[in-house]
Design a binder for this molecule. Structure first.
Ligand SMILES: [Zn+2]
Ligand SMILES: [Zn+2]
Length: 122
């Protein structure tokens, strides 16, 4: 594990990722990630609100919270909800390029292709 890996692990951990997720993202075995983080336990490991970064109180015996308040939870999901939308992929009917999009079904990658494909102008 080099310095770059270590920084990456710490960064991912500070974003609240689990050992398993960090292992997955970095390709480093979970055991190594856990060992490294236990050894390097710093304030970064203190739970912080994912939205505002405010340190969270730990209630022993309760599941760790991710947000300091409902307002923060709402704001965070509002900001990140696009990340969780299923992405669809499609081959452009005009140029054949594979593109991805959200929401309503599309047949063309862009407006220019849509116009050319639909009205046949060059
Ligand atoms: Zn907060
Ligand atoms: Zn196209």
């Amino acid at each position: 594990m080099n310095l770059y890996d270590k920084q990456k692990i710490l960064k991912l951990r500070s974003q609240g990722l689990s050992y398993a997720k960090i292992a997955e993202a970095t390709g480093i075995p979970k055991g190594t990630v856990k060992w490294f983080l236990t050894k390097n336990a710093t304030e970064r490991d203190e739970p912080k609100c994912k939205n505002c970064g405010k340190p969270l109180k730990i209630t022993p015996g309760k599941k760790a919270k991710q947000f300091c308040c409902d307002q923060c939870r709402w704001e965070w999901w509002h900001k990140h909800r696009n990340l969780y939308k299923p992405k669809k992929t499609m081959t452009c009917n005009f140029c054949g390029k594979v593109f991805s999009y959200f929401g309503k079904n599309r047949k063309y990658c862009c407006r220019a292709c849509y116009l050319r494909g639909r009205y046949g102008s060059q």
